[in-house]
Design a protein around this ligand. Sequence first.
Ligand code: PMT
Length: 221
Amino acid sequence: EAHRPLAGRRAIVTSGPTHEPIDPVRYIANRSSGKQGHAIAAALATLGADVTLVSGPTRLPDPPGCTVVAIETAREMLAACAAALPADIAVCAAAVADWRVDGASDRKLKKDGGRPPSLALTENPDILATLSRPGEGRPALVVGFAAETGDVLAYATAKRARKGCDWIVANDVSPGTGTFGGSDNTVHLIRADGVESWPTMAKDAVAARLAEAVAEHFAGK
Ligand code: PMT
């Protein structure tokens, strides 16, 4: 018989980059491929969860067994996550743009021989922090990621507290690690009771192990 410990549980997973428009043809983005987030959505679905994957633009196929909501901007990602509630589990693996262009142009910016334009930025909503906010409708288990380029454990531990999530998966995204875009990841799972450092694994294997940890968490409830 299939091992489906998360049957009956609803999960929201965010994945990929966001694209923040500058004008109708240009945008600000980042190097996230969506591999880690999509693998987590697939792994939770394999364990029986009813998964909504909210994803920015990627080149990946939709993971089997998931409802996929395609978005471009951080504000669209937040709205899609809110629409997918209620959920028991939320995993935020997306690389959401921290800032968007304030007052993006609805016409293509022209190179008219004058000075190059300057872009004013404004802060985007924080989806992880919003989902983590205490209150009715908060998923019972909210898992964030922390993408760091140094002092990974210290920054990630502080991020867990600041965002209010239950667990945080810390990964080093320094140049040369290949964490953004590559197939492998080296992560630390930070929970209230301590840190587990996992060996370097394929992102699919990280996802499978994380999904098992989620299942064990609910089995213990
Ligand atoms: O997509 P891949 O190529 O497979 O790469 C995987 C990954 C490196 C993108 C992934 O493993 C990862 O680390 N994702 C989080 C990237 C990130 O933006 O981290 P952060 O430390 O800036 O953000 C912390 C957390 O807050 C994350 O859970 C993020 O999803 C969330 N966040 C951040 C800003 C924002 N406005 N809203 C958010 O929800």
